[in-house]
Design a protein around this ligand. Structure first.
Ligand SMILES: [Zn+2]
Length: 434
């Protein structure tokens, strides 16, 4: 069989979790699927419609950013160096009330898609309001995405009366379920302190009815349990457990303050945790005990959070910070090895995203989500091990990106996004924000 795309003569990292490198590798793609990934000499002399020369490049699975709020690119750098409650109540919520509309959501999400593709992210999970515009932006960009409609007990963009928040989410699921293989609709309940107990239960009932994921910010700050109106347990995670909403499809974002019991509950229910270490550092929320979570069998992925609290969507930065801050937090240089952090951002994250197939490894039969990094640079020389991807590489090292077999970035050039128009539109909107 002739391949559609053949990547040749590349340093190949097919499974970031085990860090084995193949010196002269190749990857063959047919349609959206990998048909071969391995040593070049074993592929034989088969032809391809398109050959990408991988000399001097590293080829690996794309990165998976499992938590973001794409439209918040508009608020990047708008209100830095504040406490979470002040930042949310006095800056972010008012800015959202004034400036979030369908056009803003579409273009700011397109900007987020550009930033993520340029820095090697091929799958993301997003949660926001007017999420249908995020989904359109990501579909147009060719980015693989879980798009989760926001639910909150305040008037929100597109849902002026919070009584309608779950119904609006149901309409979103109706509109997107089964529509596009790269867009998986889901729900995003903002937090246990902005959603009443009945709202959380109705949201989970809806998620179960449609068999979709429910994302929620939880245990982000030490003060959170005191902010919950009717707490049903001593911690936010035990509150969610008492509400009966934790299961494998409830994705708990942050869990910075998850205690020993909380982690046992999360492991027992199979509820994944998404860590956003840079957001937690910048807002000084605290730091999750990642080694303990992993030891207890909690499934953990990595995300950037919205870029207003980061302020970057570059997953290479996130991996580096996550690895180093855990070492400092535990005063232990072997707290979490780079190999595990890389797996969290690729294979583990891909599994948690819930897309069919396994986008986190390069293997025959799996979806073709692939990135190529330029190794011909001082900071990536020599390239002894894949640990360098965590400790030295950056998003700007990514040259080529393939998602579901489609080239979306080639030699640094975005093929699915008009970046000039996107930058101009977001800059024009930013003037009104200041
Ligand atoms: Zn968030």
């Amino acid at each position: 069989m002739d391949a559609d795309i053949l990547i040749t003569n590349t340093l190949l990292l097919p499974d970031p979790g085990n860090s084995t490198l193949i010196q002269s590798g190749c990857v063959a793609i047919d349609g959206g699927t990998i048909i071969y990934a391995g040593p070049m000499e074993q592929y034989g002399d088969r032809r391809a419609k398109r050959v990408l020369d991988g000399r001097g490049m590293l080829t690996m699975p794309g990165l998976v950013n499992l938590h973001g709020h794409a439209p918040m690119t508009l608020f990047r750098g708008l209100a830095d160096d504040l406490e979470l409650a002040d930042w949310l109540s006095n800056h972010i919520f008012p800015a959202e009330a004034d400036h979030v509309n369908p056009e803003m959501v579409y273009w700011c999400s397109t900007l987020a898609a550009a930033e993520m593709i340029l820095s090697g992210t091929t799958t993301t999970a997003d949660g926001y309001f007017l999420e249908t515009e995020v989904a359109h932006a990501y579909a147009d960009a060719g980015l693989r995405a879980v798009a989760a409609q926001g639910i909150i007990d305040f008037p929100a963009p597109g849902v002026p009366d919070p009584k309608d928040n779950v119904e609006a989410a149901a309409s979103f699921l109706d509109a997107w379920q089964g529509k596009n293989p790269l867009i998986k609709p889901a729900l995003f309940a903002h937090s246990p302190y902005t959603c009443a107990n009945t709202t959380l239960q109705r949201a989970k009932d809806l998620a179960r009815e449609y068999n979709v994921q429910l994302y929620i910010h939880v245990a982000e700050t030490e003060q959170e349990i005191a902010m919950i109106k009717e707490p049903l347990g001593p911690t936010p995670i035990q509150h969610l457990q008492a509400l009966g909403i934790l299961d494998t499809q409830t994705i708990c974002v942050h869990c910075t303050w998850a205690d020993d019991n909380d982690m046992d509950i999360l492991a027992g229910q199979g509820s994944p945790v998404i860590l956003c270490p840079q957001s937690n550092l910048k807002l000084a929320s605290g730091m999750a005990d990642l080694p303990l979570m992993l030891a207890k069998g909690v499934r953990v992925g990595l995300g950037t959070d919205g870029c207003a609290s980061n302020n970057s969507l570059d997953m290479f930065r996130e991996m580096d910070v996550c690895a180093k801050v855990q070492k400092l937090h535990k005063l232990d240089p072997v707290a979490v090895p780079a190999k595990k952090i890389l797996a969290m951002a690729t294979t583990d994250g891909a599994f948690l995203s819930g897309f069919p197939g396994h986008t986190g490894v390069l293997a025959a039969g799996q979806p073709a989500d692939i990135i190529l990094l330029d190794l011909q640079q001082p900071h990536l020389t020599p390239f002894h091990t894949s640990d360098l991807l965590v400790y030295a590489a950056g998003g700007s090292d990514v040259r080529t990106v393939i998602i579901n077999g489609r080239l979306v970035l080639e030699q640094g050039r975005l093929l699915t996004i008009n970046i000039k128009e996107t930058l101009n539109r977001v800059r024009a909107m930013a003037i009104a924000v200041q």
